[in-house]
Write a protein that binds this ligand. Sequence first.
Ligand code: PHE
Length: 341
Amino acid sequence: MKEQLAKIRSEALSALESVKDAVALDELRVKYLGKKGELTAVLKQMGKLTAEERPAMGALANEVRAAVETAVETAAQKLEEAALEVKLRAETVDVTIPGKEAQLGHKHPMYMALDEIKDIFVGMGFTVLDGPEIELASYNFDKLNAEEGHPSRDWSDTFYFDEDSRVMLRSQTSPMQVRAMETMELPIRIIAPGRVYRKDEVDATHSPMFHQVEGMVIDKHVTMADLKGTLNLLAEQLFGKGTVTRFRPHHFPFTEPSCEMDVQCHKCGGAGCATCKGEGWIELLGAGMIHPRVLEMSGIDPEQWSGWAFGMGLERTAMRRFKIADLRLIFENDVRFLEQF
Ligand code: PHE
């Protein structure tokens, strides 16, 4: 019996020493320590021993059981460590590999031009306003002195939402003049940039959606000279010292007198080319002294107050500012174009 126990011990220990995986380990554990295992089988023969032999044999059996149990535990631990090692190696991250470069965008050239315009006017004490693109015709037209029958109210020019032409996509930022007059304390100095919509076909100079920046001043003793001075300053700050402008008489229902301001073409310097359609000049904005009737309709006394307003095309300004020849480039979002700014 003593030999049996010694044999079990040496066999078990050497088998456990080289066990390869958890399943094999469990099989060994059952084989030696299980209820029907070899050790149990030996212990069942204890009854055959004499009373003197039994304590020593019992102690030996316990010793063997303890040794095998310890070996099972050690083997289990070794297997676990090996598994962890494999897992760690598989999940290794090389922190020295260079990362993927993130593609960073930047501001669109038109918004760069707008930021410059805002800076120039904020520097002169103007407030920047935001207003609705879905506008009431009463603000876009009536309160701006463009009565029923005015050609710009025509369905062929304007996007209306309803049969009776009351709600529309604003065709100009000028309704912001009225909204400012109705809500702000006098005197007023504002600019109001935003999108406007007209039923135009897309070409090198037209788009059904484009941007304008409205500007307005209402104060005491404001004159056309202030308007021209301010707009010339704007042109010089945007396009550089010595930029040549010209003012041409024009008509708008809400200003009197009215004018348009042109800047000399950046491509040809006034000689005439494709960009300026042979004119030598690029039309930048409409402007004028606010019509007394418009002031009156918004509850401002034209005997005490006067004002001027302008509305400039933002795309055109950006085109002049960055020497862009075709309006469509501004909207196409071709990265090869945008990256140049
Ligand atoms: N709203 C006019 C347009 O879109 C421009 C303008 C604004 C003219 C303010 C005069 C005063 O053409």
